[in-house]
Design a binder for this molecule. Structure first.
Ligand code: HEM
Length: 300
């Protein structure tokens, strides 16, 4: 089963993120989504130098109307969090399209092709542009993505193996808005203690030095079998002149890893929540499934 290229894609310079809600017939929408793999290939063929990849994922609340006959086994709505006056909300959308390339013009054209293909059946609910910041740094100034799985391991982490949904991936998306003015008032060492890595050199703290409230400590978890819980993060910074932050995207063969990490950020051991949450706020939270290209085509 061929996975959609956007799941394991290597980092790009630019992204266009589109969230849609369904307004038309679900079966007709399934037929149009079946044309997306051809659209992704056409954009790549038209702009071979752009490093383009496309991805469509269907929301947990919208899935049954589009694909009533089958459902990925662990597919549930976004598990909202609330603790210490901080919240990670569930804000369902029916479709998520991630377009990535090293050229903004290519994303613009690809986005318009998607809009034309889906016209009459969906409404655009959110449109956000992501960009690479400096040397892969989040807008907090820290390098993001260092501990991401590499090479063939990306697919092992992100893609389901076997069965009807092989090559598919559970996707979680959150748009985070940073309080950068407050963050920038902290001393560099205070920021580093919150992340659990040094800022300029991006060196991981020794295990004993990582505060229980550091981001790395809160998300570095083990499965009941003692294996490292992993996700493939495809996040990128986003921003306007009035708001900015991280467009966080997790791709994984199970939704459990993301859910456990997010819960641990809000309600860690004792009162040890992730202190990054004092400086950034999740304003959206969406659970989706990105089927394989073969699945999309088979439902047309
Ligand atoms: C690591 C930033 C949200 C999961 C990191 C790192 C940074 C960072 C700077 C260290 C470098 C790296 O390994 O990538 C942020 C920011 C966030 C955010 C700014 C929100 C505004 C999340 C969320 C999750 C998450 C919501 C999952 C629920 C992880 C994981 C690692 C990581 C698994 C790697 C940990 C390790 O193995 O060392 N993040 N992150 N992050 N983050 Fe986040």
């Amino acid at each position: 089963m061929k996975a959609q290229a956007g799941i394991c894609a290597e980092p790009n310079l630019h992204a266009l993120y589109l969230m849609f809600n369904r307004t038309g017939d679900g079966a007709e929408l399934a037929a149009r989504l079946a044309k997306l793999p051809v659209l992704w290939d056409a954009v790549s063929a038209d702009f071979p130098d752009a490093g383009f990849s496309g991805l469509v994922a269907v929301g947990a609340e919208g899935w049954d109307a589009i694909y009533p006959a089958v459902r990925p086994p662990q597919f549930r709505g976004f598990m909202a969090q609330s603790a210490n006056g901080q919240e990670a909300p569930n804000t369902p959308f029916d479709l998520f399209v991630q377009l990535r390339a090293d050229r903004v013009d290519v994303l613009h054209h690809a986005g318009h092709r998607v809009m034309a293909l889906l016209a009459g059946l969906v409404e655009l609910a959110e449109e956000v542009r992501g960009f690479r910041n400096l040397d892969y740094r989040d807008l907090t100034g820290f390098v993001d993505g260092t501990e991401n799985p590499q090479d063939a391991h990306r697919a092992e982490v992100a893609l389901l193996e076997g069965g009807e949904f092989a090559g598919g991936s559970y996707i979680h998306v959150q748009r985070w808005v940073h309080a950068l003015t407050d963050w920038q008032k902290l001393a560099t060492k205070e920021q580093e203690d919150i992340i659990g890595r040094t800022k300029v050199d991006n060196i991981e703290y020794e295990s004993a030095d990582k505060p229980l409230t550091s981001h790395i400590k809160r998300v570095n978890l083990k499965t009941p079998k003692g294996e490292s819980m992993e996700i493939l993060r495809q996040s990128m910074p986003w921003g306007t002149m009035t708001e900015q932050g991280l467009y966080f995207i997790s791709c994984c063969r199970t939704p459990q890893h993301f859910n456990a990490m997010l819960a641990s950020m809000y309600k860690g051991e004792g009162s040890h929540y992730d202190h990054l949450l004092r400086f950034t706020k999740a304003v959206t939270g969406v659970a989706l499934f990105a089927p394989s290209q073969d699945f999309l085509l088979s439902q047309g």
